[in-house]
Write a protein that binds this ligand. Structure first.
Ligand code: SAM
Length: 246
């Protein structure tokens, strides 16, 4: 019986690759990659020449079966995504489940992850947090998720494209109030890494003025929906929010 290794890769800075990750990728019979072109760059950098094949949610079921049969037959496979932890908003869950069902060992290596990296430097409550993955695109779902954030005490962590950060901040102001603490963590581990900390209003104004580029993690402080709905009922506050929305 083989084994499936889940191998994190850097989220920007190649020095964040671990020694163990390099060794496992070297020793595996096959590397399963979300995007083989992306992974090939990493493998070239670390002089790893293990055979590489693609694995993602659209991988044809015949190929999935073939890969699974090889695992059962004794091959050792290492799964990577384009960046960070495989399975964390990246492919891999169905294969992990299949392996566990039939007793193929699944071994996860620790390593780079954008959400946790942002959380520990954010200054927000890191004891309790909820990771939501990508912020939903539909207005109704956004509203629902933000209401949940407001009702819970935990820090909320979202992934979001820089093109939609402004909309996320606007939605946050509408549902949770302009004073809600937010942290934008962008380009983590890269040359232009930056943490922007402040109220949702401060950050909206800053983003509207300077723009925002690069990959982003957004953290929103939990708690206090009641306080923000009281605020929302206040007429002058309502006008203020309407101005911000323009
Ligand atoms: N598997 C990855 C992980 O463990 O963090 C996440 C993959 S998800 C498809 C990609 C999203 O993660 C980006 O859109 C961004 O929100 C976040 N992300 C990835 N790298 C980042 C970085 N260097 N700085 C900030 N956010 C990052």
């Amino acid at each position: 019986r083989g084994a499936l290794y889940l191998v994190p890769t850097p989220i920007g800075n190649l020095e964040d690759m671990t020694f163990r990750a390099v060794r496992i990728l070297q020793e595996a019979d096959m590397i399963l990659a979300e995007d083989t072109r992306q992974t090939l760059k990493l493998l070239t950098h670390f002089e790893i020449d293990t055979p590489l094949t693609s694995y993602h949610e659209h991988t044809h079921s015949d190929k999935q079966e073939q890969l699974f049969a090889s695992l059962e037959a004794g091959e050792v496979m290492a799964m990577v995504s384009d960046a960070g932890m495989p399975l964390i908003n990246d492919p891999g869950h169905p294969l992990v489940k299949r392996c566990l069902e039939v007793g193929v060992p699944v071994i996860a290596l620790p390593g780079a992850n954008a959400a946790l990296t942002a959380l520990i430097a954010s200054g927000m409550d890191q004891e309790r947090f909820t990771y939501y993955g990508f912020f939903p695109r539909q207005t109704k779902m956004r509203q629902e998720i933000l209401e949940q954030v407001g009702m819970r005490e935990e820090t909320a962590i979202f992934y979001e494209s820089p093109y939609r950060i402004k909309d996320l901040l606007k939605a946050t102001i509408q549902v949770l109030g302009a004073n809600r603490s937010v942290v934008l963590a962008r380009e983590l581990t890269k040359r232009f890494e930056e943490y922007m900390r402040g109220s949702a209003e401060d950050l909206l104004l800053a983003v509207a003025e300077q723009g925002i580029k690069g990959e982003c993690v957004v953290l929103i402080a939990g708690g206090g929906l009641e306080a923000s709905s009281q605020l929302a009922a206040d007429l002058s506050y309502k006008e203020h929010v309407e101005q911000l929305m323009q």
